[in-house]
Design a protein around this ligand. Structure first.
Ligand code: FAD
Length: 526
């Protein structure tokens, strides 16, 4: 490269890897693709030279400025402390940005601190004891704490904001490679300590956390002109906290809070989401199919996949939240229901690959009539899964071969289930709508044509996957406020504005910037 750039002596001052990806379109010829940031003695001269070189003109550009700049600073007086509801990635980043601006946010979460939450979550996995306020969905760190910690996302966000999320994660203990690898992931173990470290930083900046504090009501003032304005929140214990600015980062599983907001007249709409099952294969099959002779290569790691099939009945079936070398987890937050999801450790070294295989559903077609009808539909199928699993938090499971042949499984095959506390071989068609079953029966053999072995008879399907994204959107305006309640800032996955850890963090930042500007009296257009 030095030769191509025609750099001599000490002209090349520094070189950093900005991005590392691989191209595995040809399994026999997989190669790594690097983008690098270089620092040179005379950048202007290099850019002039590059303009005359066909290859360099395409590949060389000034390094973008990704420094994060605060949107506002807290004025000396005249404001009430903002409240952030939720300590998932969205709430954490909203709180961090507000704290950095000097607003000393109050941060409320219905669940417990992450160490206690880890014990509570394992209580369901090991002993079949669900704690409704402290589990995979609720508590410090939010829904993605026990996850694969994938950070990739298709969202378009300002570079500086995306970079802020990643650099804060690294400062909190994430592996530095998340700054440059194409598909970064963190894994569960580190996420727990990162969440604690971010809490310490927010507290040092004046933020105040209160755990075990569920927001059970909101205080809304209605003006003579009918306009509605936030005046505070009320906790389940009955304490009223006065504030003019509330970041609502409650995640997609706060069904009781959705209901409360709806009852209080906050504008909520039903939105599309997806339902289906988790599927498990031996990771070695996926590695072999994706990387051929390079399977097992350390740099490539455990292989992932992304699949989609458009079925004859008009439904789309796709893979969701694929976890290489991971485990399927029990992810319910409500008693008497079974929900699946996936997680892994940073090493992704478990024997199975798992992913959701889900079917898109829409309010217009599948749950019309009420903004919260999607919640009712989720609950229905989660209950069916609980019953089919035997009523003790075992999840219903079926061999792929049996599912395709429309016969219940009576025993498992070679794929050892990773779901805890356990699975019950049965008929998954009992736990899903008929159209979803039909679409999946068509999709699985098609996936087998894309990834050899994917449709192996013994692949294990475990149900049900219902919490793929929020069933509602709490619509907001261009200033990030609820469309009918000034001072309420719906944010993150629960409000329908993010899908995943990274995008929730990005949304938290953007919402906090809007709050900070409003509190400082800076107009949104400024
Ligand atoms: P959440 O993380 O859901 O946080 C919401 C918080 O609000 C919770 O802590 C909850 O306790 C709190 N809360 C709710 N209601 C109230 C109330 N009334 N009062 C006070 N507090 C309240 N995404 C990825 O990008 N990569 C992955 O690998 C990945 N794997 C996942 C694995 C699992 C098992 C799960 C469950 C999710 C996974 N996700 C993953 C999805 C990701 O976790 C979410 O997209 C993300 O956490 C959403 O962030 P959020 O801050 O918007 O909401």
């Amino acid at each position: 490269m030095r030769a191509r750039l025609d750099l001599r002596g000490d002209e090349l001052r520094a070189l950093h890897v900005a991005r590392r990806a691989w191209d595995a379109r040809k399994r026999s010829d997989i190669f790594l693709v690097y983008s690098v940031d270089i620092e040179v003695a005379d950048e202007a001269a290099l850019l002039r030279r590059a303009a005359r070189d066909k290859v360099l003109a395409r590949t060389l550009a000034p390094t973008p400025d990704t420094r994060y700049r605060q949107a506002a600073h807290a004025p000396g007086a005249g404001w009430k402390r903002p409240v952030v509801i939720g300590t998932g990635p969205c709430g954490i980043f909203a709180a961090l940005i507000l704290a950095e601006m000097g607003y000393r946010p109050i941060i409320l979460d219905r669940g417990t601190v992450v160490r206690q939450r880890t014990k509570d979550t394992w209580g369901l996995w090991r002993r079949r004891v669900l704690i409704p306020e402290s589990n995979v969905q609720f508590g410090e760190g939010g829904a993605g704490t026990f996850s694969d910690g994938k950070l990739y996302s298709g969202i378009k966000a300002p570079e500086a904001v995306s970079r802020k999320v990643l650099t804060e994660f690294v400062a909190a203990g994430a592996p530095e490679e998340i700054l440059f690898v194409a598909k970064p992931h963190i894994g569960t173990f580190r996420l727990v300590t990162m969440v604690e470290s971010l809490r310490a930083k927010i507290e040092a900046l004046g933020g105040e956390y209160r755990f075990g504090t569920k927001v059970a009501d909101i205080l809304v003032e209605t003006g003579r002109d009918g306009s509605r304005r936030m005046r505070g929140v009320v906790t389940e214990a009955g304490e009223a906290i006065e504030t003019d600015h509330v970041v609502l980062a409650i995640g997609h599983s706060a069904r009781d809070t959705f209901q409360m907001l709806f009852d209080r007249g906050v504008h909520i709409e039903a939105k599309p989401f997806s339902i289906g099952v988790r599927i498990e294969h031996p990771q070695s099959i996926i590695d072999r199919a994706r990387f051929g002779d390079f399977a097992g290569n350390k740099i490539l790691g455990a292989a992932d996949y992304k699949l989609v099939h458009h079925a004859a009945n008009g439904r789309s079936v796709y893979s969701f939240c694929m976890c290489p070398g991971g485990t399927v987890v029990a992810a319910t937050s409500e008693a008497g229901r079974v929900v699946t999801n996936g997680m892994s450790q940073y090493s992704r070294a478990e024997r199975n690959a798992n992913a959701g295989i889900v079917v898109g559903i829409t309010p217009e077609q599948d749950y019309p009539g009420h903004p919260l009808a999607g919640v009712a539909l989720q609950r229905h199928w989660e209950e069916q899964a609980f019953i089919a699993g035997g009523g003790d938090y075992n999840a219903p499971a079926q061999r792929l071969g049996d599912f395709l042949a429309d016969r219940p499984s009576t025993e498992l095959g070679t794929v050892v289930p990773s779901y805890k506390p356990g699975v019950t071989p049965t008929d998954l068609a009992r736990c899903l709508p008929d159209f979803a079953v039909a679409a999946m029966r068509e999709a699985l053999p098609a996936f087998g044509r894309q990834i050899r072995g994917f449709d192996m008879e013994d692949a294990l399907m475990t149900g049900v996957e219902t919490r793929t994204s929020s069933p509602v959107r709490i619509r907001r305006d261009a200033a990030f406020r609820s469309v009918n309640t000034i001072g309420l800032y719906p944010a993150g996955e629960g409000a329908g504005y993010a899908g995943g850890i990274f995008s929730a963090g990005v949304d938290g930042i953007r919402v906090a910037e809007a709050v900070g500007r409003d509190m400082a009296g800076i107009s949104a257009a400024a």
